[in-house]
Design a binder for this molecule. Sequence first.
Ligand code: AN7
Length: 358
Amino acid sequence: MPQDAKRPDRERMVWRGVVEEYRSFMPVSDRTPVVTLGEGRTPLIYAPELSRLKSAEVYLKYEGGNPTGSFKDRGMTLAISKAAEEGSQTVVCASTGNTSASAAAYAAKAGMTCAVLIPQGYIALGKLAQALIYGAKVMQIKGNFDQALDIVRELGERSGKVTVVNSINPFRIEGQKTGAFEIIDTLGAVPDYHFIPVGNAGNITAYWKGYKEYFKAGISSSLPKMMGFQADGAAPIVLGHIVDHPDTIATAIRIGNPASWDNAVKARDESGGIISSVEDSEILEAYRFLAARESVFCEPASAASVAGLLKTEVKSGSIVVCVLTGHGLKDPDVAISQISVPEAIEATYDAISEELGV
Ligand code: AN7
């Protein structure tokens, strides 16, 4: 090591996960065994291309940087910690994929059994791989997410033996609200607009709660407009009625009867925001744009927030945050469907230099 090189300040580098870092805002006590994988402190990436296009200051809150690659870890650390405090040995959830991956990881860390119900054929490959490798009991049902959630609710009520860790579990929302805290802590300001994909509507509920709590505590002095986006084929909140057969390429938000419907509407109305929808083609366009122009690879559902921004007018010069909820590698099939995979080339210098044109 060179003489003048400074050692990193370990004290400051340690990040203890969202429950410890935001303990005073968390429903925990000395008796809560905190189960963490160091989630949170995800990058808030300045997006120059989007900023130029919208004449605004646009940032991407990249939740793919969490331990299991999605925002679900923020809520799962608390839900599993509380389940452990209550002596629960088995947790269960319905999922379009990311919740199951996160629940499986945190349950394994806590030594609990985890059972997940997923819609057969409509879960991205990376998510299925995660749930299995973390050791969850995976049950693919011959039905969609909404049906899976109905069964899980009933399991929670009737069996008396399992803890449900879907976002109907209030601790999930309490943990997920830390995303709003981090945005304010990092920016040193409150965004004017907060763009976010909406599926089961837990995350828009959680962010709005987080923004309001910092405001009430006097840490911040304004509130953002909450701008939620569903996929056109799965837009019950926009339509005002349940969608029986939701359909979208963004399987994470293929949801027809969101559990936090009322709270999403409240977040929209209290903040003066909107909940609207975007077509699959717009989602895919935003998805490719983010990777190619901003170098941020997210999963299709995450790109719904940016697809929403691209077609929504924002006040010139305003601060905009788009939440990118999950990592692009979650859904390799969609990525590959959006590009053409190149043919193999002879393994020679000549063939490669000719291909490169150098
Ligand atoms: C990448 O994993 O519902 O509106 O079961 O995985 O809080 O539901 C996932 C949802 C957005 C929507 N982006 O968030 C599940 C699940 C990604 C997601 C959403 C999900 P909510």
